[in-house]
Design a protein around this ligand. Structure first.
Ligand SMILES: [Cu+2]
Length: 195
């Protein structure tokens, strides 16, 4: 009897996976950012009114290492805690003009947390090292991506429906496009951020 139960359970696994795949779609593609050296670090946001999102249970880390913020771009949903870790032999600071916060100055090995409650684009600066710059982009959607070095992105698990796709790069205003996601299908996009 125990064997039979196991066989039945195994037989169910592929069926469940196939069903899950059919209930959502994928949006992927490439981003070209004109007049920039790299197509990396463009943010893709797939938005619709009333989307549910859950901030991660654990803080999301931004490293201060080699006198840079790593990663350069972090995308989060409202309620996310970002933890800044000083991994350099000198003190660092974090402040954000848009966010109107200054987390103070702290030494090697210490961290400071900030909870991002509202959507927006928040520059992260260090008042000791003026070259340090990062962005935290807070989006009211769970469907987002950041382009890799080749400018490619992929967002899986998007429920079928109409969305506004927003593509943004730190040197540009970005672009908007209406898209329709279909269950079990891949929407392939070639996006050019000019302005
Ligand atoms: Cu610094």
């Amino acid at each position: 009897m125990r064997h039979l139960t196991l066989i039945l359970a195994l037989a169910l696994v592929p069926a469940l996976e196939a069903e899950a795949a059919e209930t959502s779609g994928t949006v992927r593609g490439t981003v070209t950012v004109t007049k920039q050296k790299s197509n990396a670090n463009a943010v893709i946001s797939i938005e619709a009114p009333g989307l549910a999102f859950t901030p991660p249970a654990e803080p999301v880390r931004i490293d201060q290492k080699g006198f840079r913020f790593i990663p350069h771009i972090t995308v989060a949903v409202p309620g996310t805690t970002i933890r800044f870790l000083n991994n350099d032999p000198e003190p660092h600071n974090v402040y954000s003009p848009e966010g109107r916060y200054n987390l103070g100055t702290w030494p090697t090995g210490e961290t400071r947390d900030h909870v991002f409650e509202k959507p927006g684009i928040f520059t992260q600066l260090c008042n000791i090292h003026p070259d340090m710059l990062a962005y935290v982009v807070v989006l009211e959607t769970p469907h987002f991506a950041v382009t890799d070095g080749a400018g490619t992105f992929e967002v899986k698990g998007v429920p079928p429906g109409k969305y506004l796709l927003w593509a943004w790069h730190e040197k540009k205003d970005g672009l908007e496009r209406e898209i329709t996601v279909e269950a079990g299908k891949v929407l392939d996009l070639d996006l050019v951020i000019e302005k």
